[in-house]
Design a protein around this ligand. Structure first.
Ligand SMILES: NC(=O)c1ccc[n+]([C@@H]2O[C@H](COP(=O)([O-])OP(=O)(O)OC[C@H]3O[C@@H](n4cnc5c(N)ncnc54)[C@H](OP(=O)(O)O)[C@@H]3O)[C@@H](O)[C@H]2O)c1
Length: 327
């Protein structure tokens, strides 16, 4: 038997999750059987989508559903070699034994850090790519506004739009994130929605209106963007993080959709499997050329996953929030 740990949900959160809603549980992993592999988790991803699941879909007293990257440390399955890196969707488990279900071999480009496969070259990256280019139907040179621009999805959306020659405005909740977006990522304007009057600031930053508003927040930010949309504008609806802990403000300006002939369309990352080859090729090239930059907030230690998840709703991450478990 091998000692391991799991992160469990032990109580359904009311509003903002708190550390006592979770527990770090010691477990013993059985020996690796015929046809099985033993995997050591290296990095875990905490993501906003996990919060709505805590209300019902996530089982109590079971590993928290979430993704990561692991390394095969023992293999009795011919599909996997020892030492192989895998993407894993097996819940938050430090070490686990598996028949291979939920594991996908990861072919890493040695010129890129492994962690990049958890964001720009991972789920948040393809969300940004497919959401902006396919659902947003972005055309070169358009007027683009991105919410949660300092985060994992938003920062990639904003920079793809810059690569496509667009005028890009980002919305974020901190001056530090705003400075990075302006100075490093090259956005044309950034608004701190916590300190600036949103409607006025957005009007000033979008003199030619908005062709694509990439929606990650909902509430007041969606309301402000709706009043600035150009005719035949698009709103790819990626997320509504302001509502995930319950509450949130109602949206009043949806009537703008009518005369604006605006298309508002939701999507999920798994809709973009058909784009994967083009995405991996484009994104690898952009990263290597320095056209897509990124930031990471890495918490050290498996047991800090709940802190990382809660931190997303307090804006404590710059770029992708990750949990480093092992090298
Ligand atoms: N449809 C899909 O398949 C899909 C896939 C991935 C992500 N998403 C969605 O994309 C959005 C961003 O996800 P991410 O993984 O890139 O996270 P992220 O932006 O890296 O982190 C979350 C950020 O959201 C902002 N935030 C938190 N609470 C907020 C609130 N009440 N109002 C406004 N902003 C708030 C904070 O940034 P500030 O400091 O700027 O406030 C925080 O840092 C989320 O809505 C998520 O659900 C959707």
């Amino acid at each position: 038997m091998t000692a391991s740990r799991e992160i469990h949900l032990v109580r359904r959160p009311k509003g903002m999750p708190v550390p006592a809603d979770f527990a770090v549980v010691d477990v013993s992993v059985p020996p690796t059987g015929e046809g099985e592999v033993r995997v050591q988790t290296l990095i875990m991803s905490v993501d906003p989508y996990m919060r709505p699941r805590l209300n019902a879909d996530q089982a109590l007293n079971a590993p928290l559903l979430g993704g990561g990257i692991g390394r095969v440390v023992e293999s009795r399955n011919p599909k996997f070699q020892e030492g192989q890196l895998v993407r894993q969707g097996v819940g938050f488990r430090e070490v686990h034994v598996s028949d291979g279900k939920g594991l996908t071999p990861l072919n890493r480009d040695p010129a890129l850090p492994l962690s990049v496969y958890m964001h720009a070259l991972g789920g948040t990256g393809i969300t940004a790519y497919g959401g902006l280019l396919e659902i947003g139907a972005l055309k070169d040179g358009e007027q683009v506004v991105v919410s949660t621009a300092g985060g994992a999805v938003g920062s990639v959306v904003a920079q793809i739009a810059k690569i496509k020659g667009c005028h890009v405005v980002g919305l974020t909740g901190s001056d530090d994130k705003a400075a990075w977006l302006r100075d490093e990522a090259g956005l044309d304007a950034v608004i701190n929605y916590k300190t600036q009057p949103l409607a006025e600031a957005l009007k000033a930053a979008t003199p030619k209106g908005i062709d694509v508003y990439f929606e990650n927040v909902g509430g007041a930010q969606l309301d402000a963007a709706l009043t600035r949309m150009n005719v035949r504008g698009r709103i790819p609806v990626c997320g509504m993080i302001s509502t995930y802990n319950g509450g949130g403000e109602g949206v009043k300006n949806l009537f703008s959709l009518i005369y604006g002939r605006i298309r508002m369309e939701g999507f999920v990352a798994t809709d973009f499997a058909h784009l994967n080859a083009a995405f991996m090729s484009d994104m690898t090239g952009w990263l290597k050329a320095g056209q897509i930059k990124y930031q990471e907030t890495v918490l050290e230690g498996f047991e800090r996953a709940p802190e990382g998840l809660i931190g997303l709703f307090e804006g404590r991450n710059t770029g992708k929030m990750l949990i480093h478990v092992s090298d």
